[in-house]
Ligand binder design. Structure first.
Ligand code: CMC
Length: 393
């Protein structure tokens, strides 16, 4: 009909029906497949949540074992892919390495296009969830010049990751159950968040029937942005600046200044107009973990002060700006020994089940290729006629 609705950045447009995740941004509610995140962090492991998101139900014991086995047998990186790591420049950001490597997976495991993968979908998704963890740990080992540590079949998903990150021939890594518990919680809380920028990217790219790995690689690129998953690294950089300066109020005022591009990283959210329920859990766990492990991080105090000053300031109150999931995660990652340039990679690992669940829901439904319209505001033929007339053939 020629009639289109303009909704820049899709602030008010639902692009699909979905059964995966429910958010109430006014009340601060987040549920996966109907189950509140508060219950999931108490009663489940990340691998079970991954299964829940991808398959729609929490696994039975039998299903959990089969899924874990599938993750185990698919955890090895093709040996030839290991050499790729040697050719990235020193200091390359692990998110760039990760998106490139995931894209390359389709070349090594070519049967992931939609035509050939009908009965392969469980293997392809398990490979993705498992192998990306191996890639992430290898990228870290490469960045510090250490030999890589291969995945182990006897370890749980999170313990395996920590072991691949920190074990070394000269200093064996002692897996601490509390560290594994915290990582499980962090991963569960990041596992899905309905139509955020990276998930929308996955649905959009996937709607062109692009193979699963290239689709997820696009999602990872979207996640790397500082307004999205990249914020967790930026929060720590900001907290360090504030700590060095000592003047919290100055930074709050900078964030309020419309002529200053500085924003309070880890604050504000497109959907939550109240405290992000994930941030509430992470803040509590962060405090408890630091106390239990006798790990003191002065940045926790800085973060608390920033929160206190911001939440009593009219600018933040009027705009409903509260801490989001990224505000306290970095402090926990630091306590686990994860370096800052790996923070967004951690987010990506955790978000994989969500992306895969949305991709599966999308390809299993009736979604047509995503193709928004626009409102053209460029030149008319009358405005270009003169230029054309002046041109000689
Ligand atoms: N610091 C200062 N002012 C802010 C902030 C902030 N962190 N966030 C929003 N505002 C202001 C903004 O300037 C605007 O003011 P005004 O109405 O006077 O123009 C108002 O609040 C609304 O902000 P917006 O940018 O229109 O909101 P949005 O829904 O487009 O953006 C956001 C949401 C998360 C991108 C934004 O809040 C932001 O940039 N936050 C900092 C980055 C961050 O923490 N990102 C992680 C998001 S949660 C995890 C994830 O998605 O990966």
């Amino acid at each position: 009909t020629g009639y289109v609705t303009l909704d820049p950045s899709f602030m008010n447009t639902a692009a699909c029906y979905s059964q995966i995740t429910y958010i109430d941004g006014e009340k601060g509610i987040l549920r996966y497949r109907g189950i509140p995140i508060e219950d999931l962090v108490k009663k489940t492991m990340f691998v079970e949540v991954a299964y829940l998101l991808v398959h729609g139900e929490l696994p039975t014991e039998d299903e959990r074992q089969k899924f874990s086995e599938l993750l185990n047998v698919n955890s090895m990186l093709h040996e030839d892919m290991r050499h790729f790591f040697d050719h990235f420049p020193a200091g390359a950001h692990p998110m760039h390495i990760l998106s490139t490597m995931i894209n390359a997976l389709a070349a090594f495991y070519p049967n992931v296009d939609l035509k050939s993968m009908a009965d392969d979908i469980d293997v392809s998704t398990a490979r993705l969830i498992s192998i990306v963890r191996t890639m992430a740990a290898f990228a870290y080992k490469k960045s510090i010049g250490d030999p890589v540590v291969y995945p182990r079949h006897d370890l749980s998903y999170c313990a395996n990751f920590l072991n691949m990150m920190f074990d070394s021939p000269v200093k064996p890594y002692q897996i601490h159950p509390e560290a594994v518990r915290i990582l499980n919680i962090l991963f569960i809380l990041h596992a899905d968040h309905e139509q955020n920028c990276s998930t929308t990217t996955v649905r959009t790219v996937g709607s062109a029937q692009v193979n699963l790995y290239a689709t997820i690689s696009a999602g990872i690129s979207a996640l790397s942005g500082p307004l999205h998953g990249g914020a967790n690294q930026e929060v720590i950089e900001m907290l360090k600046l504030i700590q060095a300066d000592g003047n919290v109020r100055k930074f709050i005022d900078m964030a309020k200044d419309r002529n200053n591009p500085f924003r309070l990283m880890g604050f504000g959210h497109r959907v939550y107009k109240t405290y992000d329920p994930r941030a509430a859990i992470i803040k509590k766990e962060c405090h408890a973990y630091l106390e239990k492990t006798n790990y003191s991080d002065p940045l926790l105090d800085v973060a608390r002060q920033v929160e206190e000053v911001a939440l009593t300031d009219p600018y933040f109150i009027e705009r409903n700006l509260y801490p989001n999931v990224d505000f306290y995660t970095g402090i926990l990652y630091r306590a686990l020994g994860i370096p800052e340039n790996m923070f967004t990679v951690m987010f990506a690992l955790a978000r994989l089940p969500g992306w895969v669940a949305h991709w599966k829901e999308m390809i299993g439904g009736t979604t047509k290729i995503v193709r928004p319209r626009q409102v053209y505001i460029g030149k008319t033929p009358a405005e270009t006629a003169e230029v054309l007339a002046r041109r000689e053939l």
